[in-house]
Design a protein around this ligand. Structure first.
Ligand code: ARG
Length: 459
């Protein structure tokens, strides 16, 4: 028996292997709600244009609602023989309402249908990502607020660099996430044009109203070129691009949580809710959620590469290759949402250890730059000379096994005669951060102002 939807010109049916490679229903059933929304908009428009009778359109509307409720109730029987979600829904509609159901596909192709469904789905994911990013920003902001002036080491090369504040470090991620959010909203705005009505590739001879279907589905306008409408998946790549960059940020934060929660750092304690134990080592509390976010990110980068590979060699317009777009995007979207939720949970539950932060901030000659700046400001040395003098003092302290403030005034003066006792004022970590008042710097006053700005922004 040949296919009920397209079998007219076929004498025989497909082999089982053909069915297996061809079917997408195993995954594209996730587009059911979008498919039914698209069909409802299409049918209503066909009736408004006099292409369908109102009676048929009403039967289709009711039938589609029944199909939707069957799918939601889990009673719908998906069939691999019917390939994909579009044919599964349509076949059931025909089963339910007969002849009228057979008229639904007038002036439409699965090519514009799938492009529309998928756009609707990805658009929703952009909105969901934005909401989750905001929740994470709020968690970071709460952390920033409670530790606006907690001093901690800032690193470069993961070597102690200069003291910064906990609040400043948290706000760095709030800023990154704001750009991530804007990438999703840019992507959303760009993808918000409707492919429906492009039909197979060339448009249709029926007097359809593409403005109406675009509007009904919440799109800004119909896509202007039918070939483009059915054959690009750049909107999904935009989503994966935004997801990849977000994921990269989440992975860096995860990495910091892994380092910070180690016994060697003790900067933070992860909550029990977001840690796991070891089956052999009773003392262990492992930051598994952070590690998994760091690792799962690979799926998102992989999805982006995979879809670029699928698309890069395709002549216009539709090719079946494009069916391979969905699993990658579904998996990446699931990973983004789960990672965001896990990160939000970890950050909300996180207990920072201000004493450990402060102790670490004072080690590793973290105020050497302050010392060099003092030499420039108070003794008039050119910065390069001040840098050299300070380097010599660091070497002395290192040889003695002490920190910079532990050197005596005499020892310092041996290295440079212009040094006076007031140099000790700038060697403390609080002094160091308080002095970083340049715009965007780590001074607690700056940080508090930024927190206030973000609180207002995030409402
Ligand atoms: N399942 C197909 C996909 O996901 C739907 C479009 C099929 N179109 C076609 N001309 N075979 O791409």
């Amino acid at each position: 028996p040949s296919n009920a939807m397209w079998g007219g010109r076929f004498a025989g049916g497909p082999s089982e292997i053909m069915e297996a490679i061809n079917a997408s229903i195993g995954f594209d059933q996730r587009l059911a709600a979008q498919d039914i929304a698209g069909s409802r908009a299409h049918a209503a428009m066909l009736a408004a244009q006099g292409i369908l009778t109102d009676k048929d359109a009403e039967a289709i509307r009711e039938g589609l609602l029944t199909v939707l409720s069957e799918i939601e109730a889990g009673t719908f029987r998906f069939s691999t023989k019917l390939e994909d979600i579009h044919m599964n829904v349509e076949a059931r509609l025909i089963e339910l309402i007969g002849e009228a159901g057979r008229r639904l596909h007038t002036g439409r192709s699965r090519n514009d249908q799938v492009a529309t469904d998928f756009r609707l789905w990805v658009r929703e994911q952009c909105d969901a990502a934005i909401t989750s990013i905001e929740a994470l920003q709020e968690a970071l902001l709460t952390q920033a607020e409670q530790g606006a002036d907690w001093v901690m080491p800032g690193f470069t090369h993961l070597q102690t660099a200069q003291p910064v504040t906990w609040g400043h470090h948290m706000l760095a991620y709030v800023e990154m996430l704001a750009r991530d959010k804007s990438r999703f909203s840019d992507a959303r705005a760009r993808m918000n044009e409707c492919p429906l009505g492009a039909a197979a590739l060339a448009g249709t001879s029926f007097p359809i109203d593409r403005e109406a279907t675009a509007r009904a589905l919440g799109f800004d306008r119909p896509m202007a070129n039918s070939l483009d409408a059915v054959s690009d998946r750049d909107f999904a790549l935009d989503f994966l691009g935004a997801s990849s960059i977000l994921a990269m940020h989440l992975s860096r934060l995860s990495e910091e949580l892994v380092i910070w929660s180690s016994a060697q750092f003790r900067f933070v304690v992860m909550s029990d809710r977001f840690s796991t134990g070891s089956s052999i080592m009773p003392q262990k509390k492992n930051p598994d959620a952070a590690e998994l976010i760091r690792a799962k990110i690979g799926r998102i980068f992989g999805a982006q590469t995979a879809l670029l590979m699928v698309m890069k060699g395709l002549p216009l317009a539709y090719s079946k290759d494009m069916q391979e777009d969905k699993e990658q995007v579904f998996d990446a979207a699931d990973t983004v949402m789960l990672s965001l939720a896990a990160m939000e949970g970890m950050i909300s539950d996180l207990t920072a250890n201000p004493d450990a932060l402060r102790a670490a901030a004072g080690h590793g000659f973290s105020t050497a730059t302050d010392l060099a700046d003092w030499l420039v400001r108070e003794a008039g040395l050119p910065f390069r000379d001040a840098h050299h003098v300070t380097g010599t003092l660091v070497a002395r302290a290192e040889a003695k096994g002490c920190d910079l403030p532990d050197l005596s005034l005499e020892e310092m003066q041996e290295v440079h005669g212009a040094i006076t006792v007031s140099i000790f004022d700038v060697l403390g970590v609080d002094n160091s951060v308080a002095s970083r008042t340049s715009y965007g710097g780590t001074a607690p006053a700056n940080v508090r102002a930024q927190i206030a700005r973000w609180k207002e922004k995030l409402g």
